[in-house]
Ligand binder design. Structure first.
Ligand code: C2E
Ligand code: MG
Ligand code: MG
Length: 570
């Protein structure tokens, strides 16, 4: 990571020089210091730095956010924003650009270093395909459509999703999954003629826009050739991997008049292709209502699931490193679908959010988890703490803070045993609302944790403004921590910084002994993960508590009792 080239865009020269000195002391190279957006664009084009530090307020015509967006989409260079104070509006604008990092001035050198490390790291993930993102795509598509309005041309919009990529991730690992996505991105960029834009929408989803087609048949031919290109074998490390794709196509002007509508309809068609088992392309058409019917019935199921008691809360132990003992649990919801079996929250939480069901589901999880924890405490199974996830949409519920306190009163759980886990992105979303909720919760004694830290906006200094009690390092950093020097360095830096801000540090996704040993050695406070135990149904968790399973710190070996092994049903 060191020796990376950094461009500084900052209109106050004293601050700029200061930052430059810090960067050089940290081992980075400073390509230039510039004072305006215009100069920044020129310097980025000429010097191609690895990263840009961008003041939000700049001299000249264009401000920092617009400049940053331009640099990111034109040159795929990650941008970290700097600002002394941000009002809600600025913050929302910064947030909408999905920045690689965000630092509030004044900041400490260590903090700057970690934010840069995280940004460079995320860039390898995130921009792993080097493709433009959704906002760039929408902008370009709108330009093309404006142009075509005059010429009355047809523009096909394709969305493509790789089939069963999650299976590759789970069987061969995320690194291989990422490499597969990269190869596909390259094939798409190099292999399609007359293609104007390929963009990456989501992890394994792309959009392709083609100009200069005569009509529908051309679009079919192109989609067919894309399916063939995708289906060719990919060699990653020593694996031969085969993937297929589902493609949805909408046609301008037939299926929509603007970028959003065309993308939405292409998506609908793509879901239809997925429903036909993938490896095919579908046009948007009214009969795609098939898909919607299916979705509708799924929604009906989800809507009734709460009434039919199909949800269940699982408990994943949180273990204190110092003592090796279970000090609490994270409540994780599961859906026991009567026909499909158990469905993980990754699948249905987004749907529940879209349908406006997350409020009642979230309340149910909170209440169940608090009641259960109180019951375990009453049984003498320890003064356990329970952590409950709160998603961004739950924040839109006006009475969230009141419901939390009502539930605590109803269940009798002392607020100090409740921890709420929020994600980084949420904190940036609606600062005022989050701030208010924070104050109320913390005054009640509830602990607030920042979840999946490092995957969002790398806003370490941000956490200064929100006094989190707990920081949870995302499992992607814990993976192979004993061998992966980059992950190790980032994790150590995060732990030190969090401690300097008086936060407890929890590492999630600890899967083996070496990961645990590393975390012990570097003063992490608590761990969760498969190494100790998966999330368990309540009876199994209770059995685990009773078994007294723990490890000895010095050897970091779990001492399993026979009962605990029968527990896992996952
Ligand atoms: P999260 O809060 O970051 O939860 C951690 C996820 O990592 C859980 O997945 C857990 O089972 C999994 N995990 C734990 N240890 C390991 C490990 O050693 N290795 C690996 N590879 N994975 C591990 P799960 O239960 O599928 O939950 C996924 C996400 O769904 C959660 O991420 C959380 O954001 C969300 N979620 C779960 N329950 C609720 C809920 O009640 N409300 C809300 N709003 N979100 C929830
Ligand atoms: Mg969580
Ligand atoms: Mg997490």
């Amino acid at each position: 990571m060191l020796n990376k080239k950094i461009l500084i865009v900052e209109d106050e020269s004293i601050i700029a020089e200061d930052i430059a000195d810090s960067l050089i002391a940290l081992g980075y190279r400073v390509t230039a210091i510039v004072y305006s957006g215009e100069e920044a664009l020129q310097s980025a084009a000429e010097e191609r730095p690895d990263l840009v530090l961008m003041d939000v307020n700049l001299q000249g015509e264009i401000d920092g956010i617009t400049t940053g967006e331009n640099i990111r989409s034109r040159f795929q260079i990650p941008v970290i924003y700097l600002t002394a104070y941000a009002d809600d509006h600025t913050l929302r604008r910064v947030n909408s650009t999905k920045p690689f990092g965000y630092i509030v001035k004044p900041f400490e050198e260590k903090n700057l270093h970690t934010t840069i490390q995280l940004a460079l790291h995320r860039h390898q993930y995130d921009c792993l395909t080097n493709l433009p993102n959704r906002s760039f795509l929408r902008e370009k598509l709108s330009e093309i459509l404006n142009h075509q309005k005059e010429f009355r041309g047809v523009v096909p919009v394709l969305t493509l999703s790789l089939d069963k990529i999650s299976r590759i991730n789970s069987t061969l690992g995320h690194d291989i999954g990422d490499s597969v996505i990269c190869s596909i991105a390259q094939r798409l960029t190099n292999g399609i003629e007359n293609m104007n834009i390929v963009a990456r929408l989501e992890a394994a989803e792309f959009a392709i826009i083609i100009e200069l087609v005569a009509g529908k048949q051309d679009a079919i031919n192109i989609a067919q050739s894309i399916l063939e290109i995708v289906a060719q074998v990919i060699i990653v490390e020593s694996f031969e991997v085969y993937v297929t794709a589902s493609i949805g196509i909408s046609l301008y002007p037939l299926d929509g008049s603007d970028a959003d509508e065309l993308l939405k309809n292409a998506y609908t068609a793509m879901y239809h292709a997925q429903e036909k088992n993938g490896n095919n392309c579908q046009f948007y058409a009214s009969n795609v209502a098939n898909y919607s019917m299916n979705r509708l019935s799924q929604e009906v199921c989800l809507r009734n699931a709460l009434k039919r008691s199909e949800f269940e809360v699982y408990y994943e132990p949180k273990v204190e490193i110092k003592t090796g003992k279970i000090v609490g649990a994270e409540a994780l919801v599961r859906w026991n679908h009567p026909k499909k079996g158990q469905i993980s929250p990754g699948e249905f939480i987004p749907m529940a959010e879209e349908m406006g069901l997350i409020g009642s589901l979230g309340e149910w999880v909170l209440e169940t988890a608090c009641r259960q924890t109180k019951a375990w405490q009453n049984e003498g199974l320890g003064q356990l703490r329970v952590a409950v996830n709160v998603s961004a949409r739950q924040f839109e519920q006006k009475n969230l803070t009141e419901r939390v306190s009502e539930i605590l009163i109803e269940t009798g759980l002392d607020p100090k045993y409740l921890e709420l886990e929020l994600t980084e992105s949420l904190v940036l979303q609606d600062e005022t609302a989050v701030f208010q909720a924070f104050s109320v919760w913390q005054s009640m004694g509830i602990r607030v944790a920042i979840d999946d830290f490092g995957t969002g906006y790398a806003s370490l200094s941000y956490s200064k403004r929100f006094p989190f009690d707990v920081l949870k390092i995302d499992k992607s950093f814990i993976r192979n921590i004993a061998d992966d020097r980059q992950n190790a360095a980032i994790t150590v830096a995060i732990i030190q910084m969090a401690h300097s801000m008086n936060m407890r540090v929890v590492a999630e996704g600890v899967e083996d002994e070496r990961e645990l040993a590393f975390l012990c050695e570097h003063d992490c406070d608590e761990i969760q993960g498969y190494f100790f135990s998966r999330a368990l149904p309540k009876a199994d968790f209770e059995a685990l508590l009773k078994s007294g399973k723990h490890w000895l710190y010095s050897i970091a070996q779990p001492i399993a009792q026979p009962q605990s092994e029968t527990g896992s049903r996952q």
